[in-house]
Design a protein around this ligand. Structure first.
Ligand code: FMN
Ligand code: SF4
Length: 453
């Protein structure tokens, strides 16, 4: 796959799919709008490889999703005049529940164990009495009675981990994931995508395998070689299903940015192993973990972009001295150097606080990365790429790093940007958010009218 420029729009979930996981007209228009800006490549949002209910997230876990995705591919081809390559991000994620009402947690969800009975001296009590007693305990005493995981379920909402090997479906993940990703990649190829990006980043299943917090004792955890095993087996299965001539890359973390998480050294080692195994590109993000997420409100789910690692993933303008700009560039450069030193030419994509032409040009020139990815800057102004190419950079709508878009993502609301979503609301025929207050797409840029050519 070759690109017309070294620019990349990384995956961003806009919450426009149907509840059943199908691509909607709004999805198609969204990607066509990005394509009119003509970046080198666009990666379609995280799309579920398993056919399980996941709200308005795209799915690719069954052949019935191919037709809708194929229409999306064609729309992007048309809108970019064939200039933009299109990939799709393939994701697997584990179950997460909302933070429960404490009363419900104790009366319904908590499984009563001998540990609770011993702590309460309640060996002979019926379950219901143990539950009532627990529900009445003050916090300080609960800490003594509940296990760490039970406390977490109470305070944050229950969340599965790849280390929960007492659960058969988690124990068997190394056997089931390769097949799910391979089938999804085959469907992506059938739909016409130019390639797939395996989602090995942030808070999801594959990143959890790579994390040092993964101490699975079955050969798929522990040291780096064990932790990279499932991701490499996924890659091998995907490669077998799509063939040698199809683009398969991954997005993973240059650092997890949590206590005891992956470091740049780990990530460099993984990068070399991925390159050796035939990954066609390495796209680097950082942070975005559940481990340090803020406590959600009762009835809401934990969101992995609310803690310090979330900040590193999507830095905003309320920041430290370094500001939100280019925080992933140096780690990416170190990983790229390690991959090159091992003799591999695998392209490295960097993202995180990139918004300016000079910044992007310099980091490419200095060999810190091979491609520059702009998520929020593309959302603020999908015409960035055209404007910069035509020497009209002063017309760029520059991202403020306000994270208004991220807040919408957190609520699973249709994602828009505050810099344009109230503009020209009376324009005929435009799509609007469910409450009618926001436009769903940025206004068109009238490039031709001002173009000196
Ligand atoms: C609304 C929104 C949705 C996102 N969805 C995804 C996603 O589906 N997959 C992913 O890997 N990253 C996702 N991200 C993270 C971005 O791809 C990117 O890594 C992050 O925003 C930092 O880059 P930036 O500073 O250029 O925005 C999302 C970001 C935003 C703002
Ligand atoms: S909403 Fe804020 S952070 Fe998001 S793209 Fe727009 S300006 Fe940037």
């Amino acid at each position: 796959m070759s690109l017309t420029s070294r620019t990349w729009v990384p995956a961003m979930v806009p919450w426009r799919a149907t509840e059943e996981g199908y691509a909607t007209e709004a999805n198609i228009e969204w990607y066509a709008r990005f394509a009119r800006g003509r970046p080198g490549a666009i990666v379609v949002e995280a799309t579920g490889v398993r056919d399980v209910p996941s709200g308005p997230l795209l799915r690719i876990g069954d052949d019935r999703f191919i037709a809708g995705l194929a229409r999306l591919v064609q729309a992007v081809r048309r809108a970019s005049g064939g200039q933009t390559r299109l990939l799709i991000q393939l994701i697997d994620f584990l179950a997460i529940r909302r933070r429960p009402e404490p009363a419900k947690f104790f009366r319904r969800f908590l499984r009563i164990t001998d540990r609770h009975r011993s702590a309460l001296g309640a060996h002979e009590w019926p379950d219901a009495a143990v539950r009532e007693r627990l529900a009445a305990l003050p916090d300080a005493e609960l800490i003594e009675v509940l296990s760490e995981r039970e406390l977490e379920s109470l305070r944050m909402g229950y969340r599965e981990r790849v280390t929960d090997i007492h659960l058969p479906h988690i124990r068997d993940l190394p056997q089931t994931l390769p097949g799910s990703f391979a089938a999804a990649a085959r469907r992506a190829r059938a739909a016409g995508f130019d390639g797939v990006e395996l989602h090995f980043a942030h808070a999801y299943t594959m990143a959890s395998f790579l994390s040092p917090l993964n101490d699975r004792p079955d050969g798929y955890g522990g040291g780096p070689a064990g932790r990279v095993r499932a991701p490499l087996e996924v890659l091998r299965a995907v490669r077998e299903s799509v063939g040698a001539d199809y683009t398969v890359g991954c997005r993973y973390l240059s650092e997890e940015c949590i206590g005891g998480g992956t470091t740049v050294e780990d990530a460099a080692w993984f990068g070399v192993e991925f390159a050796r195994a035939g990954m066609n590109f390495l796209s680097l993000s950082r942070g975005g973990k559940f481990e340090d997420a803020k406590q959600p409100a009762i009835g809401a789910s934990a969101y992995p972009y609310t803690g310090p690692s979330g900040y590193e993933c999507m830095p905003q303008y309320i920041s430290d001295q370094r500001g939100p700009f280019g925080r992933n560039v140096e780690p990416a450069a170190r990983i790229r150097a390690a991959v090159r030193a091992a003799g591999f030419a695998t392209p490295v994509v960097v993202s995180g606080g990139l918004h300016g032409f000079e910044q992007a040009e310099n980091l490419l020139r200095d060999g810190k990365a091979d491609l520059v990815a702009f998520a929020r800057q593309s959302l603020a102004d999908p015409d960035w790429f055209q404007k910069v190419k035509l020497g009209r950079g002063e017309e760029v709508r520059v991202c403020k790093y306000s994270n208004y878009c991220e807040a919408l993502d957190q609520k699973h609301s249709q994602v828009t940007c505050e810099l344009w979503d109230r503009e020209a609301l009376d324009e005929p025929g435009i799509g609007k958010s469910r409450d009618g207050k926001r436009r769903l797409l940025p206004p068109e840029w009238k490039a031709a009218s001002k173009d000196p050519a």
